[in-house]
Structure formats: structure tokens, C-alpha cells
Design a protein around this ligand. Structure first.
Ligand code: GTP
Ligand code: MG
Length: 173
């Protein structure tokens, strides 16, 4: 019911969630436009971008939604999650507090969307090697415990950004 089927097209709604400044908007900018903003401002309200992808030789459209991590800038939560079939739950590997918030984001996701929304835990800013506060093993083990996919990315140097989105869309498809 949550996917639109029109001739050859599939449209999947994917939501980006996670604390403020973990890099959600830059992951989307990197993925959709191959851009990066070193000094981006906090997102206000909701933005979305539709990105074409090819999965198993079929064209798929991912409609990726992005909102602020901070409560006061967020749009109505239920509308944000409505119809989502995939989620990227992002934390910043250089800020442990953002990793500690993962449980809270999972609760919110499960409160407002289907239990089986395909979710990947994303440890972003893997380029910040000297500033790392969360090990790869910790990320992996939390993801395993919660039944999530796991990947580390860098919106700055592009590593694994497309793979993060593709993992989710492939699994939905
Ligand atoms: P909100 O909209 O407030 O929820 O934040 P956000 O999660 O969208 O974060 P945003 O993409 O705006 O990035 C916050 C800051 O982190 C910006 O200064 C970015 O340039 C920086 N940033 C994002 N991704 C990376 C990354 O992979 N590596 C590094 N080094 N910095 C990054
Ligand atoms: Mg943002």
C-alpha cells in the first residue's frame, strides 16, 4: 500500500532522522547533487528530493525526506513519517551524544511508522579519524541488536554515501 506503481515507476519514501548537525542534509546533498556544504545551517521545516536509482535494471525513485534534528525546528512528526518505507538513522562518529540518541530516534520511528520500515544505522563523518568517539564495532553491534543495517559514511569525502541509500532501497525493492 505504501508504494506507488505506475507503469515502470516505483516511488519509495525514505526519511532521514538523527540529532542536529550529524550531517543528514549533507548526505542528501551529496547523494542527490554531489554537493557538500562546509557551513550548512540547520534545516528548518521539511525538505525533500526525488532521486532516480536503478535497482535490478528497474528504475526506482527514492523520495528522500529531510528535517531538523532539533525539536523546535521540526515539522509535524506524524506527517514526516507517514508512508515511509525506509529510514536512514544518522549519528556522528565524532560525537558520542548523537550515538546515545539512537534509541530515542528508533522509538520515534516505530511510534510513527510501520514496524518493518527498512532502517540503516549510519555513522557519518568517517573522515574525522582523529576525532572519533564511537568505534565501528560499537555501531555494528548496536545495529545488530536492533536488527538494522549498518554503514559508516562521509558526506565530505563521499565514501559509502550512495551505498547507504542503495542498501535501503534494494531491501525495500
Ligand atoms: P540539522 O538540519 O540541524 O538536523 O543538521 P543535519 O543533520 O542536517 O547536519 P548538516 O548536514 O547540516 O551538517 C552539519 C555540519 O556537519 C555541517 O557543518 C557540515 O558541513 C558538517 N558535515 C556533514 N557531513 C560531514 C562529514 O561527513 N564530514 C565532516 N567532516 N563534516 C560533515
Ligand atoms: Mg539538516
Amino acid at each position: 500500500p505504501q508504494q506507488t506503481h505506475q507503469t515502470e515507476d516505483y516511488l519509495f519514501k525514505i526519511v532521514l532522522i538523527g540529532d542536529s548537525a550529524v550531517g543528514k542534509s549533507n548526505l542528501l546533498a551529496r547523494f542527490a547533487r554531489d554537493e557538500f556544504y562546509p557551513n550548512s545551517k540547520s534545516t528548518i521545516g521539511v525538505e525533500f528530493q526525488t532521486q532516480k536509482m536503478v535497482i535490478n535494471r528497474k528504475e526506482v525513485k527514492a523520495q528522500i525526506w529531510d528535517t531538523a534534528g532539533q525539536e523546535r525546528f521540526r515539522a509535524v512528526t506524524s506527517a514526516y513519517y507517514r508512508g515511509a518505507v525506509g529510514a536512514l538513522l544518522v549519528y556522528d562518529i565524532s560525537r558520542r551524544l548523537t550515538f546515545d540518541s539512537v534509541g530515542r530516534w528508533l522509538n520515534e520511528l516505530h511510534t510513527h511508522s510501520d514496524m518493518n520500515v527498512v532502517t540503516i544505522l549510519v555513522g557519518n563523518k568517517s573522515d574525522l579519524k582523529d576525532g572519533r568517539e564511537v568505534t565501528t564495532a560499537e555501531g555494528k553491534s548496536l545495529a545488530e541488536a536492533q536488527g538494522l543495517f549498518f554503514i559508516e559514511t562521509s558526506a565530505l569525502d563521499s565514501s559509502n554515501v550512495a551505498a547507504a541509500f542503495q542498501t535501503v532501497v534494494k531491501e525495500i525493492f
